[in-house]
Design a binder for this molecule. Structure first.
Ligand code: WQD
Length: 328
């Protein structure tokens, strides 16, 4: 029988793409999600769905009486700005929630955890491209919660033999190119969804946070990685740990950055609409440029981004914004 994978947060934006990737590779998948930001429309009928919450320790222990070959943990709050205003909620959800999960895992037969970490663990870049040896020094509470979990994972590896992959995502974007995943995030704050909402007329205008950075067009540069490429890296990370029994920490990005204005002009080309934007002052805590090196992901996983060119990122997102399900 094929391996059995539990995806916590599998109804969310990244989680649903992870579920799809494992299903396509013929794994058995169980989704555990409290649907707080995950959505029913993102569930696949080929995956078993268990509604539940990582704050419920008893439910988690019950869940883990079954043997899973791995758990992929993506259930977290993820807005860096918001984390500075309500740190208690980020601590509770991202740290306590993960502690509950690790307790249940350590009591079970499951010995592989794939964790959704973030480039936010690094804080301000001292050099670029930012590699895995860069010092870790988060500048927002969100990044702090992700780094704390990584440290716990290191200890559970030593003490309990739980092997983990900590995947430090750069800017996840895009949607399933096959058009199967349709859930849009509610009140998104990230650039590409904000651009799409402006193009779709859901919002009247948008802001470009600063055009006086030391970059070619003055706007911020980020490493946008297509969510299906990101999802595939979870599968490869799991398989790698199965084969080597070694934990991994790696960055997931494309190695290349795009500016805010490049994204806006690609969106204007793809949507055929003019975007109403104003340049405002810089957003606090934003570096001018952030992109990763690909060496470690390439060498460890044999992974290459396939869909992460700017056109595919914007096109696959626009396709979901234009879908009848989202135009009700
Ligand atoms: C991208 C660029 C903005 C919105 C955040 C989190 C990070 C990770 C990914 C979860 C920047 C500019 C944005 C807008 C703009 N999250 N921008 N107008 O800040 O790189 O990363 O999401 O793991 O932890 O911090 O992403 O999409 O917010 O911004 O001009 O309305 O777009 O200044 O240059 P960011 P973002």
């Amino acid at each position: 029988m094929s391996d059995s994978i539990l995806v916590i947060g599998g109804a969310g934006y990244i989680g649903s793409h992870v579920v799809q990737t494992f299903l396509k590779a013929n794994y058995r998948v169980t989704v555990f999600d409290n649907l707080s930001s995950g959505q029913e429309i993102n569930l696949f009928k080929q995956a078993r769905f268990i509604p539940g919450d990582i704050q419920n320790r008893e439910q988690l222990k019950e869940l883990f009486t079954e043997k899973f070959d791995a758990v992929i943990h993506l259930a977290a709050l993820k807005a860096a700005g918001e984390s500075m205003e309500i740190p208690e909620q980020y601590a509770y959800q991202n740290i306590n929630g993960t502690m509950n999960l690790l307790e249940a895992v350590s009591l079970s037969q499951t010995r592989i955890v794939v964790f959704s970490s973030s480039a936010a663990v690094y804080g301000m870049p001292n050099y670029l491209p930012l590699d895995e040896n860069h010092p870790v020094d988060p500048i927002n509470f969100y990044g702090f919660t992700k780094y704390e979990v990584e440290r716990f994972l290191g200890w559970y590896d030593r003490l309990k033999g739980i092997k983990f992959a900590s995947l430090r995502y750069f800017n996840a974007a895009g949607y399933d190119p096959g058009g199967e995943i349709l859930g849009l995030e509610i009140a998104p704050a990230n650039l590409i969804p904000v651009v799409m909402e402006t193009a779709a007329g859901i919002r009247a205008e948008m802001s470009v946070f600063g055009d006086d950075y030391p970059t070619p067009d003055g706007t911020g540069i980020r490493d946008y990685i297509h969510v299906s490429d990101l999802a595939r890296a979870h599968l490869l990370a799991y398989q790698k740990i199965q084969n080597t029994a070694q934990s991994l920490i790696l960055n997931l990005g494309t190695g290349k950055g795009h500016s805010v204005l490049e994204i806006i002009s690609m969106a204007e080309r793809i949507t055929g609409r003019k975007l109403n934007y104003t340049v405002t002052k810089r957003r606090e805590g934003d570096p001018a440029e952030l992109y990763t090196g690909l060496k470690v992901a390439r060498e460890t996983l044999g992974w290459e981004p396939e869909f992460s060119d700017l056109e595919s990122l914007v096109k696959t997102t626009w396709q979901v914004y234009q879908h009848p399900f989202n135009r009700k």
